[in-house]
Design a protein around this ligand. Structure first.
Ligand code: NDP
Length: 275
């Protein structure tokens, strides 16, 4: 557990990844540019996107205009399900780079564990990593059994697993597996799309720390050593979600939040996806 303020985590291969980044799912072209600009001004240095989000080009444009240089930004994208398989993944990566206006990614992820395909997809990611076109490779929405299967067949271990993670969905088995294998866990929908603001215990803790429930939960993520990527296109919320490095939750408070787990998903179950 991280008990002091620390803003990055070190991946298995030594690459530093910010513990807090900006999510961009449903951040539309036309609004995502402003969100990126605000986030960079506020101090964010990590941006999460995916081919699925159809905003890579807008993000590329925003990065071109930004006063922060490319090498100071940690940029993540993901290969979509219909692009999986060895050759298609290599093509999808090239498209993402082109749209983002960059010649490398900091992190490239397999978006979902598509049955019968994710091993070949991983081989393509290994090649991209080998060729130094991406600084780190990983997966998303992988459960323990997916990770075990992948690790059995791969030369490079996934460095990151980005999964749904919030106080109502903890998946302790997955969390412990990732810790044991030095796979950095990353949380999507970390503030339950804003719904954490309705949970009584989080409201109490927020009042005590003069913070908001969203800030309490994001702090809980980073104290667990979990990378978190709340999405917002509003400057005040982008700022709010960033202000989590100036306070600390006690062990008791961390445990109280852990106990809110109800194995309750917002998104699809990785074992039952059909898209
Ligand atoms: P989040 O939990 O980050 O919630 C985002 C929603 O909450 C938006 O509607 C936003 O609205 C609102 N919001 C943001 N900040 C606050 C706040 N402080 N108080 C109240 N409401 C707030 O959900 P996401 O699903 O967007 O997950 C985060 C990111 O994770 C995604 O954007 C994406 O990058 C990634 N992701 C990855 C997935 C995967 O399969 N790998 C799946 C889903 C997400 P507004 O913008 O209007 O401020």
């Amino acid at each position: 557990m991280i008990t002091k303020t620390k803003e990055t985590t070190t991946l298995e291969n030594g690459v530093e990844m910010p513990l807090l980044g900006l999510g961009t799912y449903l951040a539309e072209p036309g609004e995502v540019e402003g969100a990126i600009q605000s986030a960079l001004e506020i101090g964010y240095r990590s941006i999460d996107t995916a081919t699925l989000y159809q905003n890579e080009e807008s993000i590329g444009n925003a990065l071109k205009e930004a006063s922060v240089s490319r090498e100071d930004i940690f940029l993540t994208s993901k290969v979509w399900n219909s692009d999986q398989g060895y050759d298609n993944t290599l093509k999808a990566f090239d498209h993402s780079l082109q749209k983002l206006g960059t010649d490398y990614l900091d992190l490239y992820l397999i978006h979902w564990p598509v049955k019968g395909k994710f091993i070949d997809t991983w081989k393509a990611l290994e090649k991209l990593y080998d060729e130094e076109r991406v600084r780190a490779i990983g997966v998303s929405n992988f459960l323990v059994h997916h990770l075990e299967k992948l690790m059995e067949k791969s030369e490079v271990k996934p460095m990151v697993n980005q999964v749904e993670f919030h106080p109502r969905l903890v998946q302790k088995d997955l969390m412990l597996f990732c810790i044991e294998h030095n796979i950095q866990q990353e949380a999507w929908s970390p503030i339950m799309k804003g719904r954490v603001n309705d949970i009584a215990i989080l409201k109490e803790l927020a009042e005590k720390h003069h913070k908001t429930p969203a800030q309490i939960v994001l702090r809980w993520d980073i104290q667990h050593g979990i990378v978190t990527i709340p999405k917002s296109v509003h400057r005040e919320r982008i700022q709010e979600n960033f202000n989590i490095f100036d306070f600390e939750l006690s062990e008791d408070e961390m445990a109280k939040i852990d106990m809110l787990d109800q194995h309750d998903r917002i998104g699809p179950d990785p074992d039952h996806v059909n898209f």
